[in-house]
Design a binder for this molecule. Structure first.
Ligand SMILES: Cc1cc2nc3c(=O)[nH]c(=O)nc-3n(C[C@H](O)[C@H](O)[C@H](O)COP(=O)(O)OP(=O)(O)OC[C@H]3O[C@@H](n4cnc5c(N)ncnc54)[C@H](O)[C@@H]3O)c2cc1C
Length: 382
C-alpha cells in the first residue's frame, strides 16, 4: 500500500498542472493515468500564449527537439465563401504536438507517476480514499477527461450529455506533401460550417499537419468531415489524401458545465468538469487554469477537504469562466432557421472587422481574459 496527500486521476494538462502547483506547495502528489507517456491525444494542438505564462514554460527550454509553431494570424471564413486573412505581427498562439506537450508537463510536475494504471476502484473509509486497493489519499482530483471515472462518481453520465464531437488526423508530411500544401504554419486556417454548429481547421506545425473538424451535434459528423476535405482540396490547400479513418473524441463545452464538480474530498478539473470554451472548443487553457485553481483550493484547505472547504474552487471557476458560457454563434445557431443563418454567416465572416475583433480576438484568442496570474482571486473581489 502506497499513500500520498493528493491523488490525481489523469495526467493530461489539467492533472499535470494541478500536480505541478501542488508539489511546489509541498504536497506529496501521485498522478495515475491509464496510458503510458508519451501518449497520443486526439487534439488540434493549438494553444494560446496564456498557457505558457501560466505554467512558466520557457520557450527556449521547451522548443529544442519539440514542435513549437508560432502562429501570427489566421485565415478564416465559412466553407465555400470568401476567406479573410488576419495577421497580428507577433505570435498570438502556438502549435504544439500533444504527445510531446503532455509528456513534458507531466514529467516536469514533480509528482510521483503511476502510468499505464487504469482506475478500477475507489473506496471511502472515514476521511480517506483507497484507489485500486493500492493507494491511499485524503483527496482525489478527477482529471480523467470527458469519460473521467471520478466524474462518474459525482453523477456525470457522458452518454447522456450533449458534447462537442470532433475528428482529426495529425501526420508528418513527406517532401512531396510539403510541396503540395499551401497552408502556412504561422497562419492556420479555420472554416465554419454554414450552420455555425462547427468548424474545420488546418494547423501546419513544422513538418506536421493537423486537419480536423468539430461540431455541436454528432449527427452526420463523417459527412461534414468529408465535405470539409473536399472543400480544402477544391481551394488547393493541399493535393494529397489524408490518412483515414480520422481519430474521434468528444468533450463538453462550458455552457454545459457539470453541476457537481466538488464533493467531500473530491473535485473535478478540465474536461472532467466540462470547461472548454463554447465558441472555439479550446480546452487546454481551461484545463490548465482549472488544474491550477484546484491546487490553490487544496493548498488553502490545509488538509481539511470537506465539500464546504473546497467550494471556493467552484466559485472561482464560475467567476473565471461564467462570462464565456453564452456565445453569439451558439445563440444564433439555436434561434435562426438554417438557410438564413447560412446567408448571414457567409456575409459576416467575410467581413475583416468581424473576423478580427469577434471571431479571433473574442471567440478564439480571448484577448480580454488575462493569464491566470493576473486574475483577481475570489477572496480579493470587492
Ligand atoms: C479533435 C479535438 C481537437 C481539439 N483541439 C484542441 C485545440 O487545438 N486546442 C485546445 O485548447 N483544445 C482542443 N481540444 C480540447 C482538448 O483536447 C481538451 O479540452 C483537453 O485535452 C482537456 O485536458 P484534460 O487534462 O482535462 O483531459 P485529457 O487531455 O483528456 O487527459 C485526460 C487523461 O486522463 C487519463 N484517463 C482517462 N480515463 C482514465 C482512467 N479510467 N484511469 C486513469 N487515467 C485515465 C487519460 O489517459 C488522459 O491522459 C480538442 C479536442 C478534440 C476532441
Amino acid at each position: 500500500m502506497d499513500s500520498c496527500d493528493v491523488l490525481i486521476v489523469g495526467g493530461g494538462p489539467a492533472g499535470s498542472s494541478c500536480a505541478w502547483k501542488l508539489t511546489r506547495g509541498g504536497l506529496d502528489t501521485i498522478v495515475l493515468d491509464k496510458s503510458h507517456f508519451p501518449r497520443h491525444k486526439v487534439c488540434g494542438g493549438w494553444i494560446t500564449p496564456a498557457v505558457l505564462s501560466e505554467l512558466d514554460i520557457d520557450i527556449a527550454q521547451y522548443a529544442p527537439g519539440r514542435t513549437l509553431q508560432p502562429i501570427v494570424g489566421f485565415r478564416t471564413g465559412v466553407m465555400d465563401a470568401r476567406e479573410v486573412e488576419i495577421t497580428y505581427g507577433k505570435p498570438i498562439s502556438y502549435g504544439i504536438r500533444r504527445c510531446e506537450f503532455d509528456d513534458y508537463l507531466l514529467k516536469r510536475s514533480g509528482a510521483r507517476l503511476y502510468c499505464g494504471a487504469n482506475l478500477t476502484s475507489i473506496e471511502r473509509s472515514g476521511e480517506e480514499w483507497t484507489v485500486n486497493g493500492q493507494i491511499r489519499a485524503r483527496i482525489i482530483v478527477g482529471a480523467g477527461g470527458h469519460f473521467c471515472p471520478v466524474a462518474r462518481l459525482l453523477g456525470a453520465d457522458a452518454r447522456k450529455e450533449t458534447a462537442v464531437v470532433a475528428q482529426e488526423t495529425e501526420f508528418e508530411m513527406n517532401l512531396s506533401e510539403r510541396a503540395a500544401c499551401s497552408i502556412r504554419g504561422e497562419v492556420p486556417e479555420l472554416y465554419f460550417c454554414p450552420d455555425m454548429r462547427g468548424y474545420g481547421w488546418c494547423f501546419r506545425k513544422g513538418n506536421f499537419i493537423n486537419i480536423g473538424l468539430g461540431r455541436l451535434d454528432a449527427h452526420g459528423l463523417p459527412s461534414h468531415v468529408a465535405e470539409f476535405l473536399r472543400f480544402l482540396k477544391k481551394r488547393r490547400k493541399f493535393d494529397f489524401d489524408v490518412p483515414s479513418p480520422m481519430s474521434g473524441h468528444a468533450y463538453l463545452l462550458l455552457r454545459d458545465m457539470r453541476h457537481k464538480i466538488v464533493d467531500e474530498g473530491m473535485l473535478l478539473t478540465g474536461d472532467a468538469a466540462g470547461l472548454a470554451y463554447s465558441q472555439s472548443g479550446e480546452g487546454i487553457r481551461p484545463a490548465i487554469e482549472s488544474g491550477l485553481m484546484a491546487a490553490d483550493a487544496i493548498l488553502a484547505a490545509n488538509g481539511k477537504y470537506s465539500a464546504a472547504n473546497l467550494e471556493s474552487y467552484r466559485a472561482r471557476l464560475k467567476l473565471r469562466f461564467g462570462k464565456s458560457q453564452s456565445g453569439l454563434a451558439v445563440t444564433l445557431g439555436r434561434r435562426l432557421p438554417a438557410k438564413l443563418l447560412g446567408a448571414i454567416s457567409r456575409q459576416i465572416l467575410a467581413n475583416r472587422w468581424f473576423s478580427r475583433h469577434v471571431v479571433l480576438d473574442d471567440w478564439f484568442l480571448h484577448l480580454d481574459e488575462p493569464a491566470l496570474k493576473t486574475f483577481i482571486p475570489l477572496a480579493t473581489q470587492p
